[in-house]
Design a protein around this ligand. Structure first.
Ligand SMILES: [Ca+2]
Ligand SMILES: [Ca+2]
Ligand SMILES: [Ca+2]
Ligand SMILES: [Ca+2]
Length: 374
């Protein structure tokens, strides 16, 4: 059998008796031979919303009607249906969704919906109950911002249904600096009011200083009592922007022999400074002293009536560092016996580096002074 089994305009009741045995859907009867095996939900055809009355001044609702044109199913039998809110009831100002649900004898459920709009003809905007206070927080650890939660302000309206939303939302991540949050209260009729407050996020995190390769020990540069300090230090900050890194003594500079402490300070764009853990660089002197001039051999005559002579000689040493000392096997100015005396001088710098030199002192009877250059 073909043919639409049930049609009714502006249904107002809740049970539709479907007298025919099948519903034509696309020209094909879809009710199975065993109706209990039916899986096809019923359909609800909704019509237009009536104009209805208008809310009176001070009123927040108006009566509205709408049409349920048809409730149909592919199988015969009672289809129960209902709509919420029902047609003819009082609807609040604003937008209301009407949902109609129908259930066939096999328990399949279908639904349809429509919107009922009641205009607010006497719009009175909502009013915020409190003006939100500004919020001030510090940045989250390692972040250039902060997740900020705030209490969404409430608002009061002449009609129910006012809603408040804020942008950015509570729980958003706010960047460093000041962000204005705008909260908007919207009543059911679409009238709005707004309120603003500031979220101030301050950067309280100074840069982190990272120590890379450091030459903890280095030698003096040739001829100098200083060595070049070499290290690798970097700094990162939670916020973008240049980080000023300053170390004393500076990388690549000359520092004196001994232990030298290096201290670094990193400063971010917010002016927050972090002093890194200092480290030490030891400069060692490995350069030997040298005799300057190299001691000459000395030949003198004996002192009159003596079998020897008091001999002065020069034995000086130079070093890249101060504090070199010269010690000889027989001091200058002492009496040397006739014959050849080998004088050995040792020069020792402050770091223990040594140099040695030999010369000859030869007192000879009745001879003139002869300088013997080696
Ligand atoms: Ca059905
Ligand atoms: Ca209002
Ligand atoms: Ca910072
Ligand atoms: Ca030296």
């Amino acid at each position: 059998m073909q043919g639409r089994n049930f049609t009714r305009t502006a249904l107002t009741c809740c049970v539709a008796l479907l007298q025919a045995k099948a519903l034509v859907k696309g020209g094909v009867a879809t009710c199975p031979a065993d109706p209990s095996a039916d899986t096809e939900p019923p359909e609800i055809i909704l019509g237009d919303v009536g104009v209805g009355d208008r809310p009176a001044p001070g009123e927040c609702t108006a009566v509205r009607t709408y049409d349920v044109i048809e409730v149909r199913d592919n199988c015969p039998g009672d289809v129960t249906w209902s709509c919420v809110p029902p047609s003819g009831s009082s609807f609040p100002i604003g937008d209301t969704t009407v949902t109609c649900t129908a259930t066939d004898v096999a328990g399949n459920t279908g639904s349809a919906s429509l919107r009922v709009w009641v205009q607010d003809l006497n719009p009175v905007p909502p009013v915020f109950d409190v003006v939100p206070n500004d919020v001030s927080v510090s940045t989250d650890q390692g972040q250039c911002g902060a997740v900020v939660n705030f209490t969404v302000p409430t608002a009061t309206d002449d009609c129910p249904g006012v809603q408040v939303s804020c942008s950015p939302e509570s729980g958003s991540t706010f960047s460093v600096g000041t962000t204005t949050v705008t909260c908007t209260a919207t009543d059911a009729g679409g009238s709005t009011a707004s309120a603003e407050f500031d979220v101030n996020v301050r950067d309280l995190w100074a840069p982190n200083i990272t120590l890379g390769d450091v030459m903890r020990e280095t030698a003096t540069s040739p001829g100098l009592c200083e060595g070049i300090v070499v290290y690798d230090v970097s700094a990162i900050d939670n916020c973008p922007g240049d980080v000023t890194l300053s170390c004393v003594p500076a990388n690549g500079s000359l520092v004196p022999v001994g232990d030298n402490r290096v201290d670094c300070t990193a400063t971010d764009v917010a002016g927050l400074a972090q002093s890194g853990t200092g480290f030490s660089v030891t400069v060692r002197d490995h350069e030997n002293p040298v005799f300057d001039p190299v001691p000459d051999d000395v030949t003198v005559t004996n002192d009159p009536g003596q079998c020897g002579a008091a001999v002065d000689y020069v034995a000086n040493a130079a070093d890249n560092c101060p504090g070199v000392q010269v010690v000889c096997s027989q001091e200058s100015g002492t009496t040397f016996s006739v014959g050849t005396t080998t004088v050995t001088c040792n020069a020792t710098d402050a770091s223990g580096n040594k140099a040695s030199s030999e010369s000859f002192v030869v007192p000879r009877p009745f001879s003139t002074i002869i300088s013997n250059v080696p």
